[in-house]
Write a protein that binds this ligand. Structure first.
Ligand code: NAD
Length: 478
C-alpha cells in the first residue's frame, strides 16, 4: 500500500517516472497486457467491489453497481484494447510543395506523457477511476489514483486489489481525505485527470498550474432537459425518471431540471410520476433504489427542497407506496418535483446531484434556449421531440459538453464518443479516440532533406532578390 505523506507521494511519482523512462520505448503489447490485467481484476472482484459500494452508500443496488461500475468499465477496457494499436499509429502530415519532392517528411507520433494522476469522486467510484485508467494505460502511461474518501471501503479494496495485480511503479492507489487530495493535486504529474465538482475542479486546476501540469477536468453542472412541442410525453417521462432515479440522482449527467412548454407542464409531471411508479413501486426497503451517500449530502438536498418551498415552489413528492420517510436513517429520499421554480432558489442555482427535479415552463423554444445560454455551459443537454427543425434549433444555438436526443445520460455509454464538459462543466475529454489523444503527447517530427531548403527558399542571409521573390509570392490575398 502506498503511503500518503507528501514525501511518500513524491517518491511514488518519482519511482513511476524513472520506471517509465527506463522502459521506453515500450511495445504496445505491454500496454495491452496492463489493460487485460485491469479487466481481469474487475472480472474477478467485481462482485466484491459492488458489495463494498453498497456498504459505502448505505444501500446501492448490486445489479446497478455491476452494470454501471463493473460491466461498463470492463466494456470500455475492451474497447481500448481493440483500438490501442490504431490510435497509436503515427500520422503522416502534408508539407508544402516542393518539400515532399525534395525528400522532406512530416509526421505526428502519439507518445505517452509519463505518469498520470487520477482523482475520482464517490458517485461511480470504480467507473470513474478505472475508466480513465484504461485509456491512460492505452496511451502508454503509468498512473497514480486517489479515489474518494466518501466511499472508503471501495477505495481501500481498490488499493488492495491494485497492489496485488500491479507493480507500484506501474499503478498505485493512494487513499485519504481532502488533505491527501490537495497534496496529490499539487504533485508535478505529466497529466492530471480530475472528476468531481466544479468548485474542487477550480482548486485542482490552481494546484496543477503551479507545476504547469496539463489537466482534464470532468466536472458537473446543471444539465437541462428540453421537452419539445413534439415530445412523446410518456416516453420522455419514463426516461427522465430512469435517469434521475438511477443512483438516486447522484450522477454528473443526471437530468438536472426540465424545461417544458407551458401547456405541457401537467402532462410532463404526470409522465415522470408514472415512470417512477412503474420502476419503483416502493422505495424505503427497495434494494434497487440507492441511498443518498452521506448525512451531509442528504441534509443539503432537504435544505434545497425547504428553500424552494419557502420561496413559493409547489413540492410534489413522488412516493408510490405512501411510505413514511421521516423516521428512517436510511438516507433514502423520494423523487421530489419542484413546480413554479425561480432563479433565486438554491435548486436553480446549484447542481442538484440527488432526486430533486425542478420543472420550469417556457412559452417559446427561443425562451428555453435563452435560459440555457444565460447560465453556465452544462455537462449534458437533452432534447425530446420528433421535430428535427426544433431539435437543430436547440442544438445549434446552445453549447454543452455532450447531448442525448430522446433520452438522458446515454451518450456517456457510447464508448466511441468523447465525454467531457465545456468551461465550467469541464476541460478536455476522454472516451473515443479523443481520450487517447488527451493522454498522449502529439509529437511533431519533421525530417529535413539533404538539399539546402533554407537557401532554396531565400531564407538564409544575406537576404536578396530570392528572398524578395519568396515574399512577393506569398503576399497575395486568398
Ligand atoms: P468532489 O469535488 O467533492 O471530490 C472529488 C475528489 O476530489 C475526491 O477524490 C476528493 O478527495 C478530492 N478533493 C476534495 N477536496 C480537494 C481539494 N481541495 N483539492 C484536490 N482534490 C480534492 O466531488 P464529489 O462530491 O466526490 O462528486 C460529485 C461531483 O462530481 C458533482 O459535481 C458531479 O457532477 C461531479 N462529477 C462529474 C463527473 C464527470 O464525469 N464530469 C462524473 C461524476 C461526478
Amino acid at each position: 500500500m502506498t503511503g500518503t505523506s507528501e514525501a511518500d507521494l513524491r517518491s511514488t511519482l518519482e519511482t513511476q517516472r524513472a520506471a517509465f523512462i527506463a522502459a521506453r520505448p515500450e511495445p504496445i503489447e505491454v500496454r495491452k497486457e496492463r489493460i487485460r490485467k485491469a479487466i481481469a481484476l474487475l472480472v474477478d472482484h467485481g462482485e466484491d467491489l459492488a458489495r463494498a459500494m453498497s456498504a459505502d452508500f448505505g444501500n446501492r443496488s448490486h445489479d446497478a453497481s455491476m452494470m454501471t461500475d463493473i460491466v461498463g468499465t470492463i466494456g470500455f477496457g475492451k474497447y481500448c484494447l481493440k483500438h490501442a494499436e490504431g490510435w497509436a499509429k503515427t500520422d503522416k502530415r502534408s508539407l508544402r510543395f516542393p518539400l515532399p519532392l525534395l525528400g522532406a517528411k512530416a509526421e505526428v507520433r502519439y507518445e505517452p506523457k509519463g505518469v498520470v494522476g487520477i482523482l475520482s469522486p464517490w458517485n461511480f467510484p470504480v467507473n470513474l477511476s478505472f475508466g480513465p485508467l484504461m485509456q491512460v494505460l492505452a496511451a502508454g502511461n503509468r498512473a497514480m489514483i486517489k479515489p474518494s474518501e466518501f466511499t472508503e471501503r471501495t477505495s481501500d479494496l481498490l488499493a488492495e486489489l491494485v497492489s496485488g495485480a500491479f507493480a507500484s511503479d506501474e499503478i498505485a492507489v493512494v487513499t485519504g481525505g481532502p488533505e491527501v487530495a490537495q497534496t496529490f493535486s499539487s504533485l508535478p504529474f505529466d497529466h492530471l485527470v480530475f472528476t468531481g465538482s466544479t468548485d474542487t475542479g477550480r482548486k485542482v486546476m490552481q494546484a496543477a498550474a503551479a507545476n504547469l501540469v496539463p489537466v482534464t477536468l470532468e466536472l458537473g453542472g446543471k444539465s437541462p432537459v428540453v421537452l419539445g412541442e413534439s415530445a412523446d410525453l410518456t416516453r420522455a417521462g419514463e426516461r427522465v425518471a430512469l435517469g434521475k432515479m438511477l443512483n438516486a440522482g447522484q450522477i454528473c449527467l443526471a437530468p438536472d431540471y426540465l424545461l417544458v412548454p407551458e401547456d405541457k407542464e401537467e402532462g410532463a409531471i404526470a409522465a415522470v410520476e408514472l415512470g417512477v411508479h412503474a420502476m419503483y413501486p416502493t422505495l424505503l426497503e427497495n434494494e434497487d433504489y440507492a441511498s443518498v451517500v452521506t448525512d451531509r449530502h442528504f441534509d443539503r438536498l432537504q435544505a434545497m427542497v425547504a428553500d424552494a418551498r419557502e420561496k413559493g415552489a409547489e413540492v410534489i413528492e413522488v412516493n408510490p407506496a405512501g411510505e413514511d420517510f421521516s423516521n428512517t436513517n436510511a438516507r433514502k429520499m423520494p423523487l421530489t418535483i419542484l413546480r413554479g421554480v425561480t432563479d433565486d432558489m438554491q435548486a436553480m442555482r446549484e447542481e442538484i446531484f440527488g432526486p430533486v427535479l425542478p420543472v420550469k415552463t417556457y412559452k417559446s423554444v427561443d425562451e428555453a434556449i435563452g435560459y440555457i445560454n444565460a447560465h453556465d455551459r452544462p455537462l449534458g443537454l437533452y432534447y425530446f421531440g420528433s421535430d428535427s427543425g426544433e431539435r437543430e434549433q436547440v442544438l445549434s444555438r446552445t453549447i454543452s459538453g455532450g447531448v442525448t436526443v430522446n433520452d438522458v445520460v446515454m451518450h456517456v455509454s457510447m464508448e466511441d464518443l468523447p465525454f467531457g464538459g465545456v468551461g465550467p462543466s469541464g476541460i478536455g475529454s476522454y472516451h473515443g479516440p479523443e481520450g487517447f489523444r488527451e493522454f498522449s503527447h502529439a509529437r511533431a517530427i519533421y525530417t529535413q532533406p539533404k538539399i539546402d531548403v533554407a537557401k532554396l527558399a531565400g531564407l538564409r542571409p544575406p537576404y536578396g532578390s530570392a528572398t524578395k521573390k519568396a515574399i512577393a509570392r506569398e503576399m497575395k490575398k486568398a
